[in-house]
Design a protein around this ligand. Structure first.
Ligand code: GLC
Length: 563
């Protein structure tokens, strides 16, 4: 059944709230997406991942689902979705749905029924435990932290019971130990695949299995109390294998799991072909190279060696028995051109194209986040009120509770905020960037749209979109770019990333300069006569055996062995 179509796929992620608002109500919608499918297709993309389109009260903007079998009204109807699916397929674009099944919304009927009566069978759909009495205080069942700050337990009304939520209070964790829950999830996956959907992105999948009985986390210096009991839990592999056997393997599906700080060993096990679990997962280690310990808000100077290690290691680890993904942005990250110590003001084009080159020429499936293909930038938010993401508010409030002044607290959250990637897509320089026709947008518009927008990029002779087109054309057709083995060069170099991809008679050499100054580099001898098949500058300066890479210059050289 499985054709492994994903191996040379290129995926484009759409955050539906902010892509295109066709009915001018302030929210992006399905009709809007359909109107832009040719734009996506022309980029060279072969699949689209839609962030959640399901019914949701939007406490976490779609990641709190209240009906897994219906489309939220603000995006359209199920009939609209069916048309979207059809329009994608007509263009040979696969459709990947987001699947948020670690938790449901507290407005999901299962949760509502669970709370109706202590005897409800739905009670066991969630993780509900008695609190602990200490004097006349009622403490949560354990000291676990939510990923979004605060306790992971919420008291149920005036009772002495609590439910677990590893994210917002409005996202109640499902009890995967209950076979009835797993059956419901399997049915949901089959429901969408029977409709013709081609795959799923599983939200925070490596939290499905928890360690029981629930206990306090006594580890010191943990980044999040409880994580050792709810990340990569003991039944993870079994649960994934069951999903695979009863749903995923019955269709020509593709899956990518969003892992939450997995151990290296478990991460590899999830994707090993012989294990029949997931086809791929996201590894974000390189995106933590400008923050402390994976906490996005804790900025630190960019560490290129950490970036290189994070990007390359899964490529070499997974090469023999698994497949990989390559990511620079998503709806949880700021824009890549504003990170990694980049001089965005002077070198936005060079940096955007360099980052894409050195990332996507690696081993794995490129994932491109909407707007990334025109080098869209972070938003200059003026106050916390302009930010819609609950996490920005939680962290802001936390900083304020420590006594941090308002301005400082706001500046603290600004760098890593998820809101940067969630503002409306800039299509041109008319009102609201033509995301809509002027109605107030659900999330403020990034005023940079007047300068940076799709129309302008496409008309420019330094178009980032057109560079992506060239890059993706190589990525999809060049066997070494798809199947080649990755080997890193000069790991210790603090300005340059360099690696080769070797497959049969072809070897590619990928090199990029992370510095805003020209940097000399001695090419390995075997590639000196290689052909430049991609370059984000018009020329390559040579100085004897040295090449001189200009600020943020990147290129790909190819050499073919003659037998
Ligand atoms: C994932 C999603 C994120 C969401 C969280 C909880 O990390 O990418 O947007 O807030 O899971 O569902």
């Amino acid at each position: 059944m499985k054709t492994q179509w994903y191996k040379n796929a290129v995926v484009y992620q759409i955050y539906p709230f902010s892509f295109m608002d066709s009915n001018n109500d302030g929210w992006g919608d399905i009709e809007g997406i359909i109107s832009k499918l040719d734009y996506i297709k022309d980029l060279g993309v072969t699949a689209i991942w839609f962030s959640p389109l399901y019914k949701s009260p939007d406490y976490d903007y779609g990641y709190d689902i209240s009906d897994y079998r219906d489309i939220d009204e603000k995006f359209g109807t199920m009939a609209d979705f069916d048309r979207l699916l059809d329009e994608c397929h007509k263009r040979d674009l696969k459709v990947i749905m987001d699947m948020v099944i670690n938790h449901t919304s507290i407005e999901h009927p299962w949760f509502k029924k669970a709370l109706e009566s202590p005897d409800s069978p739905y009670r066991d759909y969630y993780i509900i435990r008695k609190g602990r009495r200490k004097g006349n205080k009622l403490l949560p069942p354990s000291n676990w932290d939510s990923s979004f700050t605060g306790s992971a337990w919420e008291r149920i009304g005036e009772t002495d019971e609590f439910y677990l939520h590893l994210f917002c209070v409005e996202q109640a964790d499902l009890n995967w130990e209950n076979p009835a829950v797993r059956k419901k999830i399997i049915d949901i996956l089959n429901f969408w695949m029977d409709k013709g959907v081609d795959g799923f992105r599983f939200d925070v999948f490596n939290m499905f299995s928890k360690v029981y009985p629930i206990q306090d986390d006594h580890q010191r210096n943990t980044f999040q109390k409880g994580a050792q009991y709810y990340v990569d839990g003991p039944r993870m592999h079994e649960f994934l294998q069951e999903l695979n056997e009863k749903a995923l393997s019955l269709h020509d599906s593709y899956t990518v799991g969003e892992s939450f700080r997995p151990s290296e060993k478990e991460a590899h096990e999830y994707v090993k072909e012989e294990n029949h679990e997931l086809d791929t997962i996201f590894n974000f280690a390189h995106l933590d190279s400008d923050n402390i310990g994976g906490k996005k808000f804790f900025w630190k100077p960019f560490d290129l060696l950490q970036f290189k290690k994070g990007l390359i290691k899964p490529q070499t680890d997974y090469y023999k028995d698994a497949w990989n993904t390559l990511v620079l942005e998503n709806h949880d990250n700021p824009r890549c051109v504003n990170r990694f110590s980049i001089d965005t003001e002077h070198y936005r084009y060079e940096a955007a194209t360099m980052l894409a080159t050195i990332t996507y020429m690696g081993f794995g499936i490129p994932f491109i986040y909407m707007g990334q293909e025109i080098g869209f930038v972070n938003t200059d938010f003026s106050s916390i009120d302009e930010m819609k993401d609950p996490v920005s508010h939680f962290v802001y409030d936390l900083m304020r509770s420590y006594g941090m002044p308002e301005k400082l607290a706001f500046n603290f959250i600004k760098y890593g905020a998820r809101d940067h990637s969630r503002v409306p897509m800039p299509w041109d320089d008319s009102v609201n960037g033509s995301f809509n026709r002027g109605h107030e947008t659900w999330q403020c518009v990034n005023q940079a749209y007047q300068d940076i927008n799709v129309k302008k990029d496409l008309n420019s002779n330094r178009s980032i979109y057109r560079y992506y087109q060239k890059l993706l054309a190589i990525k999809k057709t060049n066997k070494a770019a798809i199947y080649g083995k990755t080997r890193e060069f000069d790991h210790g170099n603090k300005k340059i990333i360099a690696y080769s991809r070797e497959y049969e008679n072809t070897t590619l050499f990928v090199i990029g300069n992370f510095s805003k100054k020209s940097v000399k580099y001695v090419l390995p001898e075997w590639i000196r006569h290689g052909e430049i098949i991609l370059n984000n500058y018009d020329e390559l300066k040579k100085d004897g055996v040295n090449i001189v890479l200009k600020p943020y210059q990147a290129m790909v050289l190819e050499i073919n062995k003659v037998d």
